[in-house]
Design a protein around this ligand. Structure first.
Ligand SMILES: Cc1cc2nc3c(=O)[nH]c(=O)nc-3n(C[C@H](O)[C@H](O)[C@H](O)COP(=O)(O)O)c2cc1C
Length: 201
């Protein structure tokens, strides 16, 4: 038995980009992030008030969640151990800030998907304040669109974080709903992919 603690893994480790009131951009790494509602689309991030980014989020009510890839792992770690008070993390990690569609905080061009967020509630919980936010816009890297126009996030080599260690996602072992899909009878053609909604709940 252990004393109570957080052992909810694996998690995505995301790069949260912000801008202060003067428009100066910053990035912090966040693992305490989650999806909290489908309609309207809402997410949460939990941030310690000591973080430089905390005040940018509090002041502007905006941030961008940028998904991360294995190739971005070093930047993910760096943005989680250095503060924007002391360094320009975009410059140090050679990440490219690009204008967002709906919020002033920049998105990160190297990220496969960026969720532009507007804070609706700030819940002080203890060590962390949970910012609950509506997703105002989503941008995705065209490089992951296949010939048919489908977005292939499976090709993005996404990064996961588990108990202090970064991992790349491994082999796909099933898709949404596969446990109840009808198996094709011998001699029949397999059904065309089954009914899925791409993971939306
Ligand atoms: C993998 C990882 C996950 C992290 N998750 C969080 C988190 O969920 N919330 C938080 O407040 N800080 C988290 N941190 C720490 C901040 O990213 C770190 O303190 C950062 O330097 C803050 O930057 P800032 O001062 O420029 O805002 C995490 C760090 C790492 C390396």
């Amino acid at each position: 038995m252990w004393k109570p603690g957080n052992m909810l893994y694996p998690l995505p480790a995301v790069l949260v980009s912000t801008a202060d009131r003067d428009g100066r951009p910053n990035i912090l790494t966040v693992a305490w992030a989650g999806t909290v509602c489908s309609v309207p689309p809402m997410v949460s991030i939990s941030v310690r008030p000591e973080r430089y980014s905390y005040h940018c989020i509090e002041e502007t009510g905006e941030f961008v969640i940028n998904l991360t890839t294995a190739g971005m792992a070093r930047a993910v770690d760096y943005c989680g151990v250095r503060s924007g008070r002391d360094v320009d993390k975009f410059a140090e990690m050679k990440l490219t800030p690009c204008p967002s569609q709906k919020v002033k905080a920049p998105s990160i061009a190297e990220s496969p998907v960026s969720l532009e967020c507007r804070v609706t509630q700030a819940l002080p919980l203890g060590s962390h304040t949970m910012f609950i936010a509506e997703v105002a816009a989503v941008s995705a890297d065209e490089a992951y669109l296949d010939e048919t126009g489908r977005f292939r996030l499976d090709r993005a080599d996404l990064l996961a974080y588990s108990h202090g260690v970064y991992y790349r996602l491994g082999e796909a072992i099933g898709k949404f709903g596969y446990s109840v899909e009808k198996k094709p009878r011998p001699g029949r053609r397999a059904p065309g992919g089954g009914k899925t909604d791409g993971g939306k709940k």
